[in-house]
Design a protein around this ligand. Structure first.
Ligand code: NAG
Ligand code: NAG
Ligand code: NAG
Ligand code: NAG
Ligand code: NAG
Ligand code: NAG
Ligand code: NAG
Ligand code: NAG
Ligand code: NAG
Ligand code: NAG
Ligand code: NAG
Ligand code: NAG
Length: 679
């Protein structure tokens, strides 16, 4: 019994045990598979329920991992959904966010999706990238986003989201990109960042922060300085006020900073200019006041600088000339005075220059025409005088030239015809005279020509391209070319001599059109033939004279020529000057700058000069004295319409001043105000 039990039974028991174990193992692995199938089926069902894949399922693929925009891991679980620009419509909530626990990448950008962002987004705990930009999402940003600890990119730009930026975003430590631009977000900046509990650390990994075009208010918290890895910061087009916090200097990695179109005020902090990696700086349309800091020269890599639409005063710092990478410079609509600095010629890469709507005076320097890449030049609404430089023709890439609303005189240079890329040419409200150059006909693409409110005379060339034009209020005469007669009459009003088939103008009489040839001969050629020999003679004489003009470095010419005005007794002159200004009394002072003050002095002979007295600190610097001497020697011999005549100078340990020709307030004030230019 015992024996039979022992042997056979043992075998039976072993058999049963093995079978049992095997079946248990079998059951276990079957469950594993069924779990996979279940997860997979839930995901597949969720995709189908959204209705977004109806037309996106390839015919021979029943496996949803092969559907358009779907990526699975090796176990068949969805990790990526990428359906950007796929014209999906309807509610974002149709995709059941609870069903994709392994999702890492979600891109539904540019799809016209509506509805709000579901709070179930927190079940996507593995989500690393969220792109929902350019949709029509409404409602608020759910605070549940704060629990997505793996999130690196959150892009909800260009939607209709409102409410505040949830504080909870501050706990998404891995966040590198946060784009919430172009929504209707309001409230103060929570820049994780000041207002939140201490235990939540700031977003130290953040590199790109774009909150532009919202309705954010309040001030920029100083804690923004803790976002040390920030590369691009865009807070433009909000309602932020206060000043730029000094702490901004901690953002050493910053390459682009936009704060334009806010209510920021006070001076531009010079600490900003310690951020030497900045390439793009835009602070336009705020209320910044004070002057443009000289330290701006530290931003060596700057390619775009926009400070337009502020309340900046003072002059354009000449140190700007060392920013040779600059491509865009916008200083428009401020209160800048002084002249256009000559260093402008240093901006060899510049393609956009807007200095319009300031108080810039003086002439348009020839140096400007060295900017051969210039496409847009706007100097309108300033106090510029003198002529349009002939060299303007060198700017052959120019597409838009606006010199309107200045005090420019002289004629329109024929060289303008070389600017063959011009689309917009705006010269209205100046004092230009002479005729409209025929060469303008070479500007084939001209769309917009405004020459109104000048003193232009002569006839309208028949070569002008057809376009929008305004020639009103000049002294033009003769026939309006037939092909321009379709233009509204207001394009030509205010020109008494014009005629043609345009409403309000007399039609041209036969005699005006074809003056009898004999009268023409008597009127024009006869006097001409009498005058011509004299003109030629005069021309030859002029040429000879010009050859004789003194060379700059001939020392002999200098003293005799320049100081003859003053019968060259330095001592008497010095005393006269001291008397005339009552020892530099403040009441004779007409301007003050960084290097010195300018006085107006009336000498006994009735001659009026301007004295520029230099501050003490410079007179003690021997290098400065040396360069002062050199400059004074050169200046005293130069005769050029662009340079104020220097009569002489006094150089002494105790006092150092320059004596200039006195010019009317505008130009002298202007040139001397700008110390760098004057010296
Ligand atoms: C069940 O699946 C997991 C992966 O999810 C795997 O690690 C494990 O080995 C599987 N178990 C069996 C019994 O196959
Ligand atoms: C599915 O069909 C497409 C064409 O409709 C073909 O290019 C592709 O190779 C097919 N895939 C399989 C797995 O048969
Ligand atoms: C989303 O999926 C979860 C889990 O599968 C389910 O409980 C819930 O009812 C679903 N929601 C909708 C709106 O279908
Ligand atoms: C987006 O959808 C709305 C209606 O839901 C429609 O009126 C609008 O034209 C669509 N916009 C685009 C760009 O498709
Ligand atoms: C998903 O997240 C869970 C924890 O939330 C983690 O255990 C798992 O490894 C993650 N999966 C992947 C694919 O990252
Ligand atoms: C966005 O949705 C609103 C309704 O929620 C609708 O009035 C509006 O036209 C939509 N805008 C676009 C651009 O589709
Ligand atoms: C957000 O907009 C919705 C309408 O789209 C409105 O009902 C709601 O009051 C707004 N919320 C806030 C905080 O402005
Ligand atoms: C300017 O840019 C160059 C590369 O474009 C870089 O090597 C250099 O470090 C930058 N200079 C500063 C001051 O950031
Ligand atoms: C700049 O504006 C602030 C007020 O915003 C004012 O207090 C300050 O005096 C102004 N500074 C200058 C130089 O105008
Ligand atoms: C103009 O640029 C050169 C370098 O290209 C620089 O050496 C020079 O100092 C600049 N001039 C001024 C006035 O900044
Ligand atoms: C030039 O600037 C003025 C004032 O800032 C502006 O009104 C005008 O439109 C600008 N001209 C062009 C051609 O952009
Ligand atoms: C010309 O001026 C018009 C209107 O001021 C503007 O829309 C257009 O962009 C300008 N063209 C160029 C090339 O600047």
């Amino acid at each position: 019994m015992a024996c039979a039990f022992s042997d056979t039974c043992r075998a039976v028991i072993v058999f049963i045990w093995t079978a049992l174990t095997l079946s248990i193992v079998h059951v276990a692995s079957a469950t594993n598979i069924s779990i996979h199938v279940a997860v997979s089926e839930i995901e597949r069902q969720a995709l189908l329920n959204s209705g977004w894949w109806k037309d996106r399922i390839p015919q021979n693929t029943s496996d949803h991992c092969g559907w358009v925009g779907i990526t699975c891991d090796y176990e068949g679980r969805i990790t990526d959904i990428g359906l950007q620009k796929s014209n999906i419509k309807g509610e974002l909530g149709r995709l059941n966010f609870s069903c994709f626990p392994n999702l890492q990448y979600l891109d539904l950008g540019s799809n016209n999706l509506s509805g709000s962002i579901p709070s179930q987004i927190d079940s996507l705990s593995n989500l690393t990238y969220i792109y929902l930009y350019e949709n029509n999402l409404t409602g608020t940003i759910p605070k549940e986003i704060g629990s997505l600890r793996n999130l690196e990119v959150l892009d909800l730009g260009s939607n209709n989201l409102n409410g505040t930026i949830p504080i909870e975003i501050g706990s998404v430590r891995n966040l590198e990109t946060l784009s919430l631009d172009g929504n209707k977000l309001s409230g103060v900046l929570p820049i994780y960042f000041g207002t939140i509990p201490i235990e939540i650390e700031s977003l130290r990994n953040l590199q790109w922060l774009d909150l532009s075009s919202n309705k954010l208010s309040g001030t920029i918290p100083k804690e923004i300085g803790s976002l040390r890895n920030l590369k691009e910061l865009d807070l433009s087009s909000n309602k932020l006020g206060g000043v730029l916090p000094q702490e901004i200097e901690n953002l050493k990695s910053l390459t682009a900073l936009s704060m334009d179109a806010n209510n920021l005020g006070g001076p531009i902090p010079s600490t900003l200019f310690r951020l030497t990696n900045i390439e793009y700086l835009s602070l336009g349309f705020n209320r910044f006041n004070g002057s443009i800091p000289r330290e701006i020269v530290n931003l060596k890599n700057l390619t775009s600088l926009s400070l337009g639409g502020n309340k900046l005063t003072g002059h354009i710092p000449s140190t700007l000339g060392r920013l040779t990478s600059l491509q865009i410079l916008d200083l428009s609509s401020n209160q800048l005075h002084s002249s256009i600095p000559l260093v402008i010629g240093n901006f060899s890469a510049l393609s956009y220059l807007d200095l319009s709507d300031n108080r810039i005076c003086g002439i348009i320097p020839d140096e400007l025409t060295k900017l051969s890449h210039l496409k847009y030049l706007n100097l309108s609404s300033n106090l510029l005088s003198g002529q349009i430089p002939f060299a303007i023709g060198k700017l052959f890439n120019l597409a838009s030239l606006d010199l309107s609303k200045n005090k420019l005189s002289g004629s329109i240079p024929t060289e303008i015809g070389n600017c063959s890329e011009l689309r917009n040419l705006t010269l209205n409200h100046n004092s230009l005279n002479g005729s409209i150059p025929l060469e303008m006909g070479k500007i084939l693409w001209l769309q917009n020509l405004d020459l109104s409110h000048n003193n232009l005379s002569g006839t309208i060339p028949k070569t002008l391209p057809p376009m929008y034009l305004d020639m009103s209020f000049n002294s033009l005469e003769g026939e309006i070319p037939t092909y321009l007669q379709g233009h509204p009459p207001k394009s030509f009003v205010g020109n008494n001599g014009l005629c043609g088939h345009v409403k309000g103008f007399p039609s041209c009489s036969q005699s005006q059109k074809h003056p009898p040839s004999i009268i023409l001969f008597v009127k024009i050629f006869l006097p001409l033939s009498l005058i011509l020999p004299f003109i030629i003679l005069g021309f030859i004489l002029l040429l000879k004279r010009q050859n004789k003009t003194p060379k700059l470095n001939s020392r002999a010419a200098k003293n005799g020529d320049v100081f003859s005005v003053w019968n060259y007794d330095g001592k008497i002159l010095y005393e006269d000057l001291i008397n005339a200004t009552e020892d530099f009394h403040i009441k004779y002072c007409i301007g003050t700058g960084g290097y010195g003050s300018v006085y107006k002095a009336e000498l006994p002979e009735g001659k009026v000069v301007a004295l520029k007295k230099l501050h003490h600190s410079e007179t003690e610097d021997s290098a400065f004295v040396k360069s002062f001497q050199n400059e004074a020697h050169v200046l005293s011999t130069v005769r050029h319409r662009n340079i104020v005549k220097l009569y002489g100078f006094c150089l002494h340990k105790k006092c150092m001043f320059l004596i200039y020709e006195y010019m009317e307030r505008g130009s002298l004030f202007c040139v001397l105000r700008d110390d760098d230019e004057a010296i």
